[in-house]
Design a protein around this ligand. Structure first.
Ligand code: ATP
Ligand code: MG
Length: 633
């Protein structure tokens, strides 16, 4: 069956389609109803079915693939590589589950996980859902205050952490940061389980802190059966990246999530049991939850867990892993690929990538030069995809695992994936836009397919108000992204609604101006923001990272490059899109998940406080920005 037919069916015969997909996972008890949408916008999938995520990811594979690798952990900074077969993972998960159980964790409790990309982090997630508890993974690079807020919000019974992680040849402490966070948090936490790799000196505070190695020793033969939970029982909560404002805690179910991931692994990613899957996204983001942990394991694949940076010890590390472990599918983010290109454009040439079928990218639109470079260097299809923490799996993509009747289109994120009724809406009138080339808000008709957020954690009101009340008279999910669709039905994300600027009544997407700037060979990266202006309403200001900073050390060189860039934008988009100023900087502010923080740049330009920068990757970049704006104003 070709993709279009499959997709049509997923919409026209929603329940029939998902009923079939549900057979991809094991159910302890069959569900009574495929989808309960009687209380929109809430959707309940596979109502009455009993299942367990850990069972589907681990237990059910033991009979057929006990000796096959399930997880392959590689930490170049520590010089270690360790893999666990499905049989070993089955044993380890039960040991961890027994330790958690011993600390009183029961169904519905929250377990907060503050760990780097290490095997025990994945085991901790699986052990938590095995018990029917709910995990909340917090990125191990976040500082104590962000962590304290997450602790207060999740109110975990137990926190699991490590002494430290390894990133870019440096050790990053976890337990000491957690100690500080616990002193800042309003909640008391009964127990902290510490996986101590002996990387960083830590203090163990009895009776709160539990050494995992010791506790595990007591549980070597533990048998902990899966807690069978109703399909709509929450499996985890997770925060969005915080690119546009306060992060929101997304709550995900169990059965719908497992089915959606299983479907996506096969239809979208073309990942088959026995093959290796390499998702480079940290387990702390939705991408990592779905495609480092649950997706590949549900599919019976080996999942590569890489602890470190893409450029350490050198920019070929990923590709050496692809060769060594015969990776067939990769999922990564554009900012990492951009970094590889800047670091060492030849990095892919040194490895045999013949096992690789596809490279998928998600999270941001890749800029054109990066796209072109990676496609040429890798010689395999590079598939951009669009999704959100909220959706948990791709909304737009080109499915690679089904008979292809859709080619990849450069610059497009693809077509709607099964179950997603994607629309474009005029955000002022709330009317649906049906003509090719019209621009509007990307929206999804309810019910969202399985696997998407159930609600905002402990905040149904925020869920309905934030996502479902934008279009008067209808309950349609607002993605808050701005897009267009061509005559073949392909979508092109133009940026976030916040990033659309209004110059003298003309609506411009900052991403388009960035694209024009980045087409100049002197530009490595560009960010454009709309800054309020008395005359025009808003005007674009540009921040450019030059390809070679040495070329613009002289003021005259900067002026010359700025003039060329102005012309480039004029030619591509017209004079109204012309940036009012072009600042040269060495780096742009990004979130810890690698997304451009335009709101921070905008605040700096308007002389405002930068707001919540706790999710920002490198605070030094903010100071450079402030200097750039002051110095050249
Ligand atoms: P917050 O919601 O807290 O502001 P965030 O939206 O960055 O943060 P995520 O859920 O990590 O949090 O990111 C989803 C967003 O990333 C999408 O809404 C979209 O703006 C952007 N995005 C994701 N994939 C793509 C893509 N392929 N092309 C363009 N933009 C993308
Ligand atoms: Mg968002």
């Amino acid at each position: 069956m070709n993709y279009s037919t499959l997709y049509q069916r997923s919409i026209a015969d929603r329940d029939g389609f998902w009923h079939e997909q549900a057979a991809r996972i094991d159910w302890r008890r069959r569900f009574d109803q495929v989808c309960d949408h009687s209380n929109p916008p809430f959707a309940r999938w596979f109502v009455g079915g009993l299942t367990n995520l850990c069972h589907n990811a681990v237990d059910r594979h033991v009979a057929h693939r006990a000796d096959q690798p399930a997880l392959i952990h590689v930490a170049p900074g520590l010089g270690t590589e360790r893999s666990l077969s499905y049989g070993q993972l089955f044993v380890e998960v039960q040991r961890m589950a027994a330790v958690l159980q011993g600390l009183g964790v029961v169904k519905g409790d929250r377990v907060l996980i503050y760990m780097p990309m290490m095997l025990e982090a994945v085991i901790a997630m699986l052990a938590t859902v095995r018990l029917g508890a709910i995990h909340s993974v917090v990125f191990s690079g976040f500082a104590s205050q962000v962590l304290a807020n997450r602790i207060d919000d999740a109110a975990p019974r137990v926190i699991i952490t490590a002494d430290a992680g390894s990133r870019g040849g440096q050790l990053m402490p976890c337990k000491p940061v957690l100690d500080e966070a616990l002193s800042l948090a309003n909640r008391l936490v009964q127990h902290v389980v510490v996986v101590n790799r002996g990387l960083w000196p830590i203090t163990m505070n009895a009776p709160q802190d539990v050494d995992y190695a010791e506790a595990r020793n007591e549980m070597m033969d533990a048998i902990v059966p899966c807690e069978w939970v109703e399909s709509n029982h929450p499996s985890y909560t997770l925060y969005t990246s915080g690119t546009t404002g306060q992060p929101k805690a997304v709550q995900r179910d169990t059965g719908g999530y497992a089915v959606a991931l299983a479907t996506s692994m096969d239809q979208i990613y073309d990942g088959q049991a026995g093959e290796s899957f390499f998702c480079t996204i940290d387990i702390a983001w939705a991408g990592g939850h779905g495609y480092v942990v649950y997706g590949p394991l549900i599919a019976g694949m080996a999942s590569i867990v890489h602890e470190g940076l893409p450029t350490q010890p050198d920019a070929a590390i990923w590709w050496s892993l692809v060769e060594k472990h015969q990776v067939s599918v990769m999922l990564s983010v554009p900012s990492a690929i951009r970094e590889l290109r800047q670091h060492d454009p030849e990095c892919l040439q040194r490895h045999d990538l013949s096992s690789l079928k596809h490279l998928f990218l998600a999270g941001e639109a890749p800029d054109e030069p990066t796209s072109r470079w990676i496609s040429a260097a890798i010689g395999k299809p590079v598939v951009d995809q669009y999704w959100q923490t909220e959706t948990g799996w791709p909304v737009l993509a080109v499915a690679r695992g089904v008979q292809a009747d859709q080619a990849l289109k450069p610059g497009s994120q693809g077509v709607p994936m099964v179950g997603y009724q994607v629309k474009l809406m005029n955000e002022s009138t709330g009317q649906e836009l049906t003509e090719p080339g019209q621009r509007g808000v990307l929206a999804i008709e309810g019910p969202l397919p399985p696997g998407c957020l159930q609600t905002v954690w402990r905040n149904n009101l925020r869920f309905t108000q934030a996502y479902w009340s934008s279009f008067p008279g209808r309950k349609t999910y607002n993605t808050f992204d701005w897009a267009t669709r061509d005559e073949d039905g392909y979508y092109f994300i133009l940026g976030r609604m916040d990033d659309v600027i209004n110059v003298a009544g003309l609506r411009l997407s900052t991403r388009e101006i960035e694209g024009a700037l980045a087409s100049h060979p002197g530009v490595a990266e560009a960010a454009v923001v709309g800054v309020s202006d008395d005359l025009h309403g808003q005007v674009p200001h540009a921040f450019v990272v030059p390809s070679d900073p040495l070329h613009i050390t002289q003021q005259s060189d900067r002026i010359a490059l700025a003039a060329e860039l102005t012309q480039t934008v004029d030619r591509a988009l017209g004079a109204l899109a012309r940036p009012a100023s072009i600042h040269f900087v060495l780096a742009l502010p990004r979130t810890r998940s690698g997304k451009l923080l335009r709101r921070v740049i905008q605040a700096v330009c308007e002389g405002r406080d930068a707001g919540d920068v706790s999710t920002m990757d490198n605070p030094a970049v903010l100071r450079q920005l402030q200097q750039a704006v002051k110095g050249e104003a």
